[in-house]
Design a protein around this ligand. Structure first.
Ligand SMILES: NC(=O)c1ccc[n+]([C@@H]2O[C@H](COP(=O)([O-])OP(=O)(O)OC[C@H]3O[C@@H](n4cnc5c(N)ncnc54)[C@H](O)[C@@H]3O)[C@@H](O)[C@H]2O)c1
Length: 274
């Protein structure tokens, strides 16, 4: 049972690959909260076919778009307004991919072509979403645009290699465009910095399982699930957070503010002191 938080609102949700995807959970909750929206993903991701199930449940049209293509993104926004019958109130950018991480490259041995791809897919695409929506005047006033980030943008996590720099850029774009779009149209732009989450993108990262356990033990509330991340996204799409913009908002069970937890410390103690 929803609260009607998104009743009458229209939007775009990107990045739902399978039922573990954060975007998948956002779509289910957006539907429950009364929104109408389109779904999008890279044409290559369509081959998995999973998104069709989600589209059916949400009664949503799928508009394929490669996040690195300006033409695709323009088509995505134009078609979404057509299909949904008006300007948009919310957009979710839930897109991330690093060929360097996929191929296990160390930070001191990055392939620069792949690095450029990571930047293009995972950060410039956010600017592309924002710039395209501004040019097409696609957003209603007080609309909300959210992208997903990770704490490695701000503190070093060795396994995150080039994506750390890419997420730093993503967060910076949210601030820069948030200022611009706020002034122009009162549109909010934020990033949510999410806990490690068991998804396709997450589990592609080296030692992810071990780190997931570490973060779980170093967060007073434990890791935030994809489901609870979706709740947070919905709150940012709703009218209850109208004055929140240009922020990077941690959604991590307290991980970012914890130095070291008792559990982790106890694991480090010699056996005779445990
Ligand atoms: N899983 C985690 O631990 C975690 C933590 C913090 C932030 N995030 C971020 O959350 C977001 C969603 O990731 P997820 O964890 O749900 O994983 P996911 O693998 O389910 O989603 C990533 C999505 O990006 C899409 N994508 C990749 N290349 C694309 C392209 N060229 N054009 C369009 N779409 C493309 C994929 O098809 C996929 O749907 C990403 O930005 C990710 O970095 C994830």
């Amino acid at each position: 049972m929803g609260y009607g938080l998104l009743k009458g609102k229209r939007g775009i949700i990107s990045g739902a690959l399978d039922e573990n995807s954060i975007a998948w959970k956002v779509a289910l909750k957006a539907k429950e909260e009364g929104a109408i929206f389109t779904l999008t993903n890279a044409p290559i991701a369509m081959r998995l076919g999973e998104i069709n199930k989600l589209a059916e449940i949400c009664e949503a049209e799928i508009i394929p778009a490669d996040a690195t293509s300006e033409a695709d993104i323009e088509n995505l926004f134009t078609k979404s307004m057509e299909v949904l019958g008006g300007k948009l109130d919310f957009v979710l950018h839930s897109i991330g991919m690093s060929p360097n991480i996929r191929k296990g490259k160390e930070y001191g041995d990055l392939n620069y072509d792949w690095f450029k791809q990571s930047v293009d897919i995972s950060a410039l695409s956010f600017h592309r979403f924002l710039q395209t929506s501004e040019k097409l005047d696609a957003m209603n006033e007080w609309g909300s645009i959210v992208a997903l980030s990770y704490i490695a943008a701000q503190r070093t996590f060795a396994f995150y290699t080039d994506m750390a720099d890419v997420k730093a850029l993503l967060e910076s774009i949210a601030r820069s465009y948030g200022y611009r779009y706020g002034k122009l149209k009162k549109v909010r732009v934020n990033t949510i910095s999410q806990s490690p989450t068991m998804t396709r993108a997450g589990s592609g990262i080296g030692s992810f399982g071990t780190f997931y356990e570490y973060a779980e033990k170093n967060s007073p509330l434990g890791n935030a699930s994809a489901d609870s991340c979706a709740d947070y996204v919905i709150s940012l799409f709703s009218d209850l957070t109208r004055m929140v913009t240009m922020q990077n908002l941690f959604h991590d069970g307290g991980f970012s503010m914890t130095g070291v937890s008792r559990e982790i410390l106890e694991m480090m103690l010699p056996e005779d002191q445990k």
